[in-house]
Design a protein around this ligand. Sequence first.
Ligand code: M6R
Length: 591
Amino acid sequence: MCGIIGYVGGRRDAGFLVIEGLKNLEYRGYDSWGVAWKEGRKIAVCKETGKIGCVDAAKIAKEGNLAIAHTRWATHGGVTTENAHPHLSCNGSIAVVHNGIVENYEEIRRDLIAKGHRFLSETDTEVIPHLIEEEMKTTGDFAAAVRRACLKFEGRFAVLAMHAESGTLVAARTGSPLIVGVGDHEGYFIASDIPAFREHTSTVQYLDDGEMVVTDGRSILFSDLKTGAEREKREIEITWETAQVQKGKYAHFMLKEIMEQKDSIARAVNQDEGEIQTLAEAIRAAQGTFLSGCGTAAKACMAAEYFFSVIAGQHVNFAPASEFKLFHRFLKPQSLLIVVSQSGETADVLEAMKVAKSKGAKVLAIVNTEGSTIAREADYTLHINAGPERAVASTKALTGQMAVLMLIAYAMIGKLPKGRTRLLETAAAINDMLNPRYTSFIESLAEKIKDDKDLYIIGKSWNYPMALESAIKIQEVSYVHAEGFAGGELKHGPIALIEEGTPCIALVGNDEVRTDIINNAIELKARGGFIIGVAPERHAVFDEWIKVPDTDTAQAIVNIIPIQVLAYFLAVKRGKDPDMPRNLAKSVTVK
Ligand code: M6R
């Protein structure tokens, strides 16, 4: 969703700093961008629709030690320059950028118009600078005015406001994330995401929900948004390096992250044994264990339903986070909700956690992003340690999530070492598999099917969620119509879609359901399907065979990887940018 960054401090090139920082947030997905900087006692603004990538920051923002910037992912109002942030107050001395939604903005806007305020955009955001301006008439103090305004807004949001006259930066959050970067030189950054300022500092302070922060670049003050009571904040050192958020030798982050999986899976497996064992016991003791997440993370949850069933003989219930609240009747104080999220900021997941907590249930979070809201609000947290994932399409996070969930399933039957060994062997097998010959073969396959308009993927058991995941991956980066099915469901409807030459991918393992899924592939072939088998062993039904290592219970982890590579090459060959798919955002912080 929207990316936010602000800076105030000793440097005179604040505008340049925030535009460069914004470029590091491009991966979040956006359709327009803008920057405001202090120029003398005034605020200068530059806003554009489209991408920021090639903009020469030095040419736009000149002198000034205070600036804010924003990438907008349109919700209220179309993609236009007027709707891009920052938005200004009538007197031009307050500029605001915002992430989230001000749900009661229509009412506030009507009131402000009646008081003489003039609006230039269709956004909910624009009420913020105007209401702050209005509140300043009462308090005379910028920070107090921001507080009073924020308390009138409904919804989940993060606001960053600058004031030219006092040279102050104020941020408030009631949902969407905000992090302070303590500058190595004098000054502070405030951003929605650490990569925005990582090259300038590794010391951060997290804002919690319902908190506010005020800084003039020399000192910083955290407080409770409602009461104004001062809050102590710990400084935390980030462990990952700037290089981890750069593409290196790869053309795209997506490919880089796919290739990293040999290492990231091994890192995911490297968990504290005692902690995994405790969580395994908590699942055994729980009266109802639920799994929830969104998109790709939801597919990891679905795969885990099979891990828990086949490996541990344990019943767990999956629901997509956006549907979870409808099952609140089944939650008790003894229930356990396991949420899975790469970003740790997904609004629907936070909502599911809220529902579980309201029933007294405990929450275990499996996340990638350290310090994220989900990580901090859960009762127990496990990190998958995949390192920053920049491409919108989630790849290495998925396999890390599945590895951790599988490890817990093994721990439940007292076989944690066996699970660990299996997963480490899987990581090693992936290392061998992802060689240049292998990826070129998949590239040639992408060339063959790149102009087909439909693509179907089938799987059974844990390969069924991987068929669904394959479809997401292909859809989101290549825009090819792809759909995943449980192989057995074909004859109940979807098989009517198969025509002569329709590409169909079958995800196969050397397991108890191998014969079933091969039979489903044969049914597809009989209707003209062009069968691509992803399997440890060749079969006569395959027109093309993508060989994968036989990794037993970890087959789902291995089978999805060639499809990630295929999705990547389909995107590239169709002239799409796999790192920045249209209409999508990396972390979805609105419901
Ligand atoms: O950050 P999260 O794991 O909570 O994100 C969940 C989904 O938004 C995410 O997996 C999305 O589906 C990806 N674009 C898929 O590649």
